[in-house]
Design a binder for this molecule. Sequence first.
Ligand code: TXA
Ligand code: MG
Length: 315
Amino acid sequence: MPKQTRLLRPDRTGLTDAVDMLRGGGLVAFPTETVYGLGADARNAKAVAGIYAAKGRPQFNPLIVHVADLASACDIAVVKGQALELAKAFWPGPLTLVVALRSNGGIADLVTAGLHTVAIRVPAGKVAQDLLSRFDGPIAAPSANPSGRISPTHADHVMAGLEGQIDAIVDGGPCSVGLESTIIGFDGRAAQLLRPGGLSAENIEKHVKLAVPTPDTVTITAPGQLASHYAPRAALRLNATALYAEEVLLGFGPNLPDATVNLSTKGDLVEAAANLFGYLHRMDDMGCPIAVSPIPNHGLGQAINDRLRRAAAPR
Ligand code: TXA
Ligand code: MG
């Protein structure tokens, strides 16, 4: 039975409705500073199962738990040492830490797919913060797209992908960062970059030494980081310096008159990250093969290139 998916405003009434739905085991998409998440009460196994069903997600791909602050994170997980240092430096913000799960933390097994670790973060977006503090509990939320599709950075993207599958979407406008959070895990004592994202590795390295995979040796360490993730329906060709027949150009940088859209005419990687998924959605709707300009591989460029490589992977 398809659900009636309601669009809620991020005001008192809308957030009260969203909280009531979450408490009742419902599925509510909401904006974070990175991308829209598809939220459910992380303590309610049935509700969490609904996330996997709505997304058509492979069952054993664990989810990120969102909490209001560091203290709430510590009720669920062991945040100490380098993890604590990073949490203090970057939360709230686009950083997810994979840390040991507390067995009495109340998180449904399905959230972590039975692992003894949990991916946890404190999002910075105002609507996410307001929702978490009103809900007063942990919200499990993957990106709010059908599995394998482009992550949503607008409420419209969520509606297009998940209408009828979820109870509501809190419309908080576009996401400011536009790329998923950076995921850091800890192997013994060493911090490892599991997924490049909205917080640059350079920034993290100001606090802890990081094992960073180079662009050619990107290993896929976060479970479920499928090679052909983030896929538009159209074919995608990377590092394009010229256009083939029928292609549309997703440009980056100045002097690209042929670009259908340009991630950043100034060549600003932060601006490009914020535009990436929205522009991919827009170009995908045009139904033509997509050529993408070269994007430098430093700062947020690393995460942008990671997403683009996955979007271009054969499938
Ligand atoms: O910005 C974001 O991170 C967004 C917003 C909504 O917060 N969320 C997001 O979630 O991107 P999702 O489910 O699309 O990606 C979560 C990633 C997956 O690659 C998953 O495999 C990994 O986190 N992950 C979750 N728990 C893990 C764990 N215990 N160990 C290693 N990786 C884990
Ligand atoms: Mg995702």
